[in-house]
Design a protein around this ligand. Structure first.
Ligand code: HMH
Length: 202
């Protein structure tokens, strides 16, 4: 058998998909202040739905995770519940309906999360690390963000989030994945499609 690839090596093994997922025109527009508010709001409502889908996926993953991965997954679940409360506050401030229709890209991403339930735990942990690392790197590239979006960019680049992603890295590296490269590229493609949705909404 081939030795397991540390997840931290996956971005450099797939540089073009990784760049597409973490250096996206939507993020440039948030940084520069050129994103139309309606496009940002459409994206924000769909992201709240994604976080709720992710919470459910992560709860299912925790139920089958090995002991060493349990603490970071459980901590992440609490953070996702807090994140949903934060989304509700932002939605209230911006006058958004979080029960708006789910867009196809969001439904497709939920389908991917559902399929991960049937994979080995190592593959699912690699996917979860990829989801969160992509988000962290993408928002880090949008720093500091235009004044009207700075609070969002700061929220998604807090040091505690980077620490969580490091914890997920250790958890993923502790369990071999059947095909880390395949799940990495599948998740990264879903992330690109999700950013694309925001640009298409503009
Ligand atoms: C699309 N990927 C997407 N949204 C998020 N909120 C995260 C990752 C991080 O939880």
């Amino acid at each position: 058998t081939v030795p397991a690839v540390p997840v931290a090596e996956l971005p450099s093994r797939h540089p073009d998909p990784w760049r597409a997922a973490t250096r996206h025109p939507f993020l440039d527009a948030v940084r520069d202040g050129t994103v139309p508010a309606a496009a940002f709001d459409t994206w924000l409502v769909q992201d709240a739905r994604f976080v709720s889908d992710l919470l459910a996926f992560q709860a299912r993953l925790l139920a089958r995770a090995p002991r060493p991965a349990q603490a970071v997954l459980a901590g992440g679940l609490v953070a996702l519940v807090d994140e949903l409360s934060w989304f509700e506050e932002q939605a209230a401030v911006r006058g958004l309906d979080l029960d708006a229709a789910v867009l196809p890209v969001t439904a497709a991403y939920a389908g991917l999360l559902g399929r991960l339930d049937a994979t080995d735990v190592g593959t699912a942990l690699t996917a979860l690390w990829t989801i969160e690392r992509t988000y962290l790197d993408a928002w880090s590239a949008a720093r500091p963000g235009a004044p009207e979006y700075r609070g969002f960019v700061e929220h998604w680049t807090q040091p505690g989030f980077a620490g969580y992603v490091a914890g997920l890295e250790a958890a993923a590296d502790g369990v071999p994945a059947a095909d880390a490269d395949a799940v990495f590229t599948e998740v990264v493609a879903a992330e690109v499609a999700f950013w694309d949705m925001a640009v298409e909404a503009a």
